[in-house]
Design a protein around this ligand. Sequence first.
Ligand code: ADP
Ligand code: F6P
Length: 319
Amino acid sequence: MERIGILTSGGDCAGMNAALRSAVRTARKKGVEVYGFKHGFVGILEKDFISLDSRHVSGILQRGGTVLQSARCEEFKTNKGQEKGFSNLKELGVGGMIVIGGDGSLNGAFVLHQMGMPTVGIPATIDNDIYGTDMSIGVDTALNTITHAIDTIRDTASSHDRAFIIEVMGRHSGYLALTAAIASGAEAAVIPEVPYDLGAIADNLLQRYEAGKTNSIIIVAEGGSDAYTIERKLKHRIGYETRITVLGHLQRGGEPSVFDRLLASEFGMRAVEALLEGRSGEMVALQSNEYLAIPFEEVFAHKKVIPQRLLELAETLSS
Ligand code: ADP
Ligand code: F6P
């Protein structure tokens, strides 16, 4: 394989640049040329790319976002778009592809593989909703950002005897909300995976209020509900005055944590090695502290579930 392509797609996250840097440096060291496609799958359809050498990826390890830029590309979901993308890659002499992104982007990678383009995926999304890997790139950084924000909000919450309802990202996944709740000592978390009982949350908060607890934090995953709805329903039942904070895209940016830099560096190198070993249709992954690669078929045949233990931990510590 003389030339590989790489792209970042879907929601950006911290650590994408670190993965890109690692893949480029690994490939260049082995004498393989790298085309970096801009704006996710759009770059393939528009043949918008740059040839990347080690110099191009200097100084990006510690930067959030993605220097290749990202996009959501509806055209690549169609047969016509996929055929166009595949034939453009062939025309450009690209012999293998690395796709860095979330669940949707990895579906796009699977399509390329099925069409006959050797392709390896790197899981990167703050949602941590990709089956087969304990952690995706970006999760740890987002969690650190959220936890820092909640610690900060706790100061003002405790100064005013208030309950804060804090909304975090996670379209279909409560992982960020639940783990942030554990890490920040929140009093409750509302997540899409578990039906929530607002009556029980209200009773718990009221009891705490009456026992003299001066503040509380309720974390809501956007896929579970939204902060405004939860506030409206809780407001008159809990004693505390309430305020809302929606953390929004603050959670996606920022310099990657050390964990994400290490994870992304490993994933980038392993993705290139897999392609050069003639493998395709796999996602690099981390399971129980071991790096491995698993077939896309397996990734998409399952839905990642929140470990029961995490639910128990959150429940016990907030009681
Ligand atoms: P994420 O990768 O963060 O989950 P999306 O679900 O929005 O983000 O997907 C990102 C992009 O991946 C889409 O805009 C599209 O270009 C591509 N994609 C998603 N699903 C598919 C699919 N089933 N087939 C081909 N490409 C897809
Ligand atoms: O999938 C990652 C994610 O950050 C979700 O948690 C969130 O719902 C979504 O992307 C937001 O997407 P956008 O940046 O397009 O608004």
